[in-house]
Write a protein that binds this ligand. Sequence first.
Ligand SMILES: CCCCCCCCCCC/C=C/C(=O)SCCNC(=O)CCNC(=O)[C@H](O)C(C)(C)COP(=O)(O)OP(=O)(O)OC[C@H]1O[C@@H](n2cnc3c(N)ncnc32)[C@H](O)[C@@H]1OP(=O)(O)O
Length: 396
Amino acid sequence: MAGVAGRLARNWCRSAVLSPLQVFSFPSLQLHLSGTAMRASQDDFENAMNQVKLLKKDPGNEVKLKLYALYKQATEGPCNMPKPGVFDFINKAKWDAWNALGSLPKETARQNYVDLVSSLSSSSESSSQGKPGADREQQEYENLVVTSEDGITKIMFNRPTRKNAISTQMYQEIMLALKAASKDDSTITVVTGNGDYYSSGNDLANFTDIPPGGVEEKAKQSAIMLRDFVDTFIDFPKPLIAVVNGPAVGISVTTLGLFDAVYASDKATFHTPFSHLGLSPEGCASYTFPKIMGPAKATEMLIFGKKLTAREACAQGLVTEVFPDSTFQKEVWTRLKAYSKLPQNSMRISKQVIRKIEKEKLHAVNAEESSVLQKRWLSDECMNATMNFLSKRSKL
Ligand SMILES: CCCCCCCCCCC/C=C/C(=O)SCCNC(=O)CCNC(=O)[C@H](O)C(C)(C)COP(=O)(O)OP(=O)(O)OC[C@H]1O[C@@H](n2cnc3c(N)ncnc32)[C@H](O)[C@@H]1OP(=O)(O)O
């Protein structure tokens, strides 16, 4: 069906500039429109045919078939052509749409055609009346900017003065934004950072916000939150792309192994200083990194805290492609806009097929990593390293 849809779409492009005979339509609109007053003159009809060619937005195959059928009915009357063969997909879809109009009078079909074109013209005008050139902003978040445009939902970390460190509230916001993006009508979702960093990872101040139940309670709650957070990436149903605009640290690096593509500026670096902090890996990196780059290279990153340049991370397979920082945004967004036009269902299903076999394993790894960390957070090694950073703001 995707092939047919593609051909219908290409045919539509031609019909928009060539002939209304190539315009498609569908029968279900008949009921909805046939109650309207039948006053469309030949002039109205011809104007509507011209308006169709000027539509800014492709109305989709279903509407094109509706338009085609109404046009044929209005100009030739009921369909009396022989039914095309079963493999002649496009002509069969057009024939079906026209034939389904039955004995609808020519005048009614003409009126319905005019009404349908008029509704398309007004909806395309109103949709272009939003903030011109601006992204359509969705829900308000304190630490994120989430926008949707051109079939892409962009989730941008927005704590640039803290190098986009992820506070407890921000973990929650990221989960909410990903869940909303998984259900919206965008085809792909992009995660990126505002400012010079992609993200400096966990906000170490998260260790200072201790609830009445004490530090054990905090560790318990944090392990649940971490597990939920990483599960959201594991279960994300559509292509998830990281646009790594600058250095990435800790959990913002490990979760990259759960993205479908990672584009990086040549200014980005990749660093997981877990041992320096008395910690252990999370984000399923204990499983994904050895798989992506081999155990020896994964050890250098996850145990010894080796910082990789973007080009090294690309050579290891963690990054898909590296771009010069000067052209990074332009090149990446041009590419993403092209990808976002690919058929949505096909991309989702392909992702499902690619990831399905690993999902159960990833959930198990995530559970184990979170449980190990719950104990690590209570260790002297971790407490000392965290206090050292927070008191001296020592760099890792
Ligand atoms: C009891 C249990 C509680 C557990 C709660 C945990 C919940 C889930 C945990 C999930 C596991 C995640 C693990 C990780 O992500 S490990 C990695 C953690 N990140 C770091 O260790 C980075 C620390 N930051 C730095 O080393 C440097 O700031 C950095 C190299 C990133 C940048 O250096 P630079 O000199 O360029 O900039 P500044 O240091 O001046 O940064 C500007 C200000 O931002 C503050 N900052 C930056 N990053 C963090 C951070 N991760 N946490 C807190 N604050 C951060 C920095 O301190 C500066 O602030 P000031 O201007 O006030 O000094």
